[in-house]
Design a binder for this molecule. Structure first.
Ligand code: MN
Ligand code: MN
Ligand code: ZN
Length: 291
């Protein structure tokens, strides 16, 4: 991996695809992102219009011109890989397979998704179902390069993935383990009880992550401050430095050599002109120690 200069960190935000998938790249370029996250279809519907070959090649051309890399795709919010309702489970599996197809067509590196909500079936049953779903989907998509990325969650409701051990337990049941990776959402893990707002808590959190999952599984950060307190299990994103993590907590991540080449992506509230992203990225860059 090439060393990345400190004034050009791997930093970006979730970008809209209103107007076509390639517009996410255009928007990212406009505000100086070096990495982005995007959807690959309408995120509130099960089915989306297919991406044409010409759209895909335009996307790839623009992307290589922009230098934006890597790209993280976030899946549709409707998907639940351990749904209790059998028809929702079936639709979820079809939809995630379709998302992988879209990612592969566009040549993006990562498909990020929430593990799933067990809806009262119990945590261990949920974990088994998630792994079963992923094994089925991987079997239908042999040789795909895009990685399946489990996002650490806040553990709201019956959502799984709020302990590193749960992510480990899912990966343990996956046949093609080299296709699996993990994304840390800073808001989610603080709400889940991992105190990254203090230096001791930060160090302990990543020691634990390394011991349980291995830092080599970590491929992305969602950089969100948290409106709600440590251990609240409530997922509410806040602008950088305005929440319970605070600038200090984000400073630890921005200056951690281990994470230099890991994309750091905002999912904080914003308007169409993206000025909030510009401000949040500036806040994060200013936290970097001058060398
Ligand atoms: Mn998410
Ligand atoms: Mn997230
Ligand atoms: Zn969230």
């Amino acid at each position: 991996m090439p060393r990345r200069s400190t004034d050009r960190p791997l930093l970006g935000a979730h970008m809209s695809i209103a107007g076509g998938v390639q517009t996410a790249i255009e928007r990212g370029m406009k505000i100086g992102c070096t990495t982005i996250q995007m959807f690959v279809k309408n995120n509130t519907q099960w089915r989306g219009k297919p991406i044409s070959e010409s759209e895909a090649s335009e996307f790839k051309r623009l992307r290589s011109e922009s230098g934006i890399s890597p790209i993280v795709v976030h899946d549709t919010y409707l998907i639940n890989l351990c749904a209790k309702d059998k028809s929702i489970l079936r639709k979820s599996r079809e939809a995630l397979k379709d998302e992988l197809d879209r990612c592969e067509l566009l040549g993006v590196e990562y498909l990020n998704f929430h593990p799933g909500s067990h809806m009262g079936q119990g945590e261990s049953e949920g974990i088994k179902l998630i792994a079963e779903s992923l094994n089925l989907i991987h079997a239908q998509t042999p040789g795909y390069k895009v990685k399946s990325v489990l996002e650490a969650t806040a553990g709201q409701g019956t959502a799984l993935g709020y302990r590193f051990e749960q992510l480990r337990a899912i990966i343990d049941l996956i046949e093609e383990k080299d296709r699996m990776a993990v994304c840390i959402d800073t808001c989610h893990i603080l709400a889940a009880g991992y105190d990254i707002s203090t230096e001791a808590g930060y160090q302990a959190t990543f020691e634990e992550f390394d011991a349980v999952l291995g830092l080599n599984r970590l491929v992305a950060f969602h950089m969100n401050d948290s409106k709600r307190e440590l251990g609240s299990r409530v997922d509410r994103h806040e602008h950088i430095g305005k929440g319970k993590i605070g600038k200090k907590g984000f400073g630890f991540i921005m200056n951690d050599e281990r994470f230099r080449n890991i994309p750091k992506i905002l999912e904080t509230p914003k308007g169409e002109d993206m000025k909030e992203d510009i401000v949040n990225m500036r806040v994060l860059k200013r936290l970097m120690a001058k060398q």
